[in-house]
Design a protein around this ligand. Structure first.
Ligand code: SAH
Length: 417
């Protein structure tokens, strides 16, 4: 039997209750185990001090372990972002990213899940708002940001970005993870385990600390649907992260978008649009051959949104490829009438990626066209580009020997005082 199946991490209340009953223990032990695993985030049975020693030994003897994920390496960016290499029992690893607050209220920086407090109201009046560009870098800036990140650990709106698969099968032409191919799906325990490991390392705890979560790391969550859904439930019921603080991003696996709409507990939905017409989208995201823009947009239009919920569309801007004003007008047309917002992401570069990052004026012009059409549009500040932690740069540190040093491109002008 696969030893990962015996991990407490990844089991829900019912599964843990079954273990407890099987061992002839009183029912309340299930809550003690749930608390220990998901709230205290223990790493071994010995640490579950609320359980009698004999029960712990019995669990261990029957092959039960806490399981989960171990942080193997950590890389900290000048902007305070931390990229974690996280390893599992079978030696496979993924990356998870911690993005501390540090921007004074920018929406669309990866904190989509928490924008109800600062987002859409701002977004609708967005045409008047200052453009969301930020400069990162310089030793002084780095010190200031890391101080700020420590402070915000307890008070801010930090975001954890987690992976759903080892590698990815979707083959988006601008994404480094695609170059790995897909090695395997993560279990629900491994998905939740990333969150537990990062929370523990950062010394923060939801719901007291406001933590947003995005399923936007390595992998396509909707191609590991069951485990992703189970993990979402455990994150809500076990770890204590509210549904509205979680966002899942999909490359557009249409049947799963429809299933997702039926879930009783679910994160918010983000869709990687990335192109304004079928020919272009098929070129940059071959998945579009199977699920065309028409199918994707139909699923988006029929998606049962909750009160005050909206769909986020991500649009990676590839210089000279999909960043023309005409593309922006096509996007506005595609999204007309949809309760949505757009996050524009200027390409994060990487070796083997044959696209260029557009310049800031072009990004701003694209944003303005969308806003002019009444669509809330934000420019995402790149996070942790210098340590390959930004969108589309996750490739697993073990292979870092092959990654050239990456200066933060200075496409972002200093914020206006
Ligand atoms: N598989 C999911 C989630 C992971 S990708 C999906 O495709 O949505 C998370 C986001 O990063 C997606 O919107 C993707 O389009 C974007 N992305 C991928 N590579 C990128 C790159 N090189 N630069 C900027 N964004 C990128």
């Amino acid at each position: 039997m696969d030893e990962r199946l015996k991990s407490l991490l990844g089991m829900d209340r019912e599964e843990i209750s079954a273990l407890v009953i099987e061992a002839g223990q009183p029912g309340y032990r299930a809550k003690q185990i749930m608390d220990a695993v998901y709230r205290q985030r223990v790493e071994s049975l010995e640490e579950i001090s609320t359980l009698p020693q004999a029960f712990r030994e019995k669990l261990a003897a029957s092959g039960v372990a806490v399981g989960g994920a171990r942080i193997e390496r950590k890389f900290e960016s000048v902007d305070g972002t931390v990229r974690y290499l996280i390893r599992f029992g079978d030696g496979q690893s993924v990356e998870s990213v911690w993005m501390p607050d540090g921007d004074g209220g920018e929406a669309g920086d990866g904190s989509e899940a928490g924008v109800e407090a600062d987002g859409i109201g701002e977004a609708t009046s967005g045409a008047k708002a200052p453009v969301n560009f930020f400069a990162i870098g310089g030793a002084a800036g780095s010190r200031a940001l890391s101080k700020q990140s420590r402070r915000s650990s307890s008070s801010g709106r930090s975001t954890i970005c987690i992976s759903s698969q080892v590698g990815c099968a979707v083959d988006c032409q601008f994404c480094l993870t695609a170059l790995l191919g897909v090695k395997r799906n993560l279990t629900a325990g491994e998905i939740v385990g990333q969150v537990c490991a990062v929370l523990k390392d950062q010394g923060v705890s939801p719901p007291e600390d406001r933590i947003n979560l995005v399923f936007m790391g390595m992998g396509e969550p909707f191609l590991n649907y069951e485990n992703f859904i189970k993990a979402s439930r455990l994150l809500v019921e076990g770890v204590g992260i509210a549904e509205r603080r979680m966002t899942v991003s999909t490359a557009g696996i249409v049947p799963r978008i429809r299933d997702f709409g039926e879930e009783t507990i679910r994160p918010k939905l983000a869709i990687s649009l990335n192109a304004s017409n079928d020919a272009l989208r098929t070129r940059v995201m071959p998945v579009n051959k199977k699920w065309t823009l028409e199918m994707l947009m139909a699923a988006a239009r029929e998606f049962p949104l909750r009160t005050r919920e909206w769909i986020t569309f991500e649009y990676v801007l590839l210089g000279g490829v999909n960043d023309d004003p005409e593309n922006a007008r096509e996007v506005a047309e595609l999204l007309r009438g949809l309760r949505c917002k757009v996050n524009l992401i200027a390409l994060n570069p990487g070796p083997g990626i044959d696209f260029v990052t557009p310049d800031a004026e072009r990004v701003a012009a694209f944003q303005e066209i969308l806003r002019g059409a009444g669509i809330p549009a934000f420019v995402r500040r790149p996070r942790g580009r210098d340590i390959y932690a930004a969108c589309g740069q996750l490739k697993r540190t073990v292979e870092d020997a092959t990654l050239p040093e990456l200066p933060i491109p200075s496409i972002f002008p200093a914020p206006q005082e």
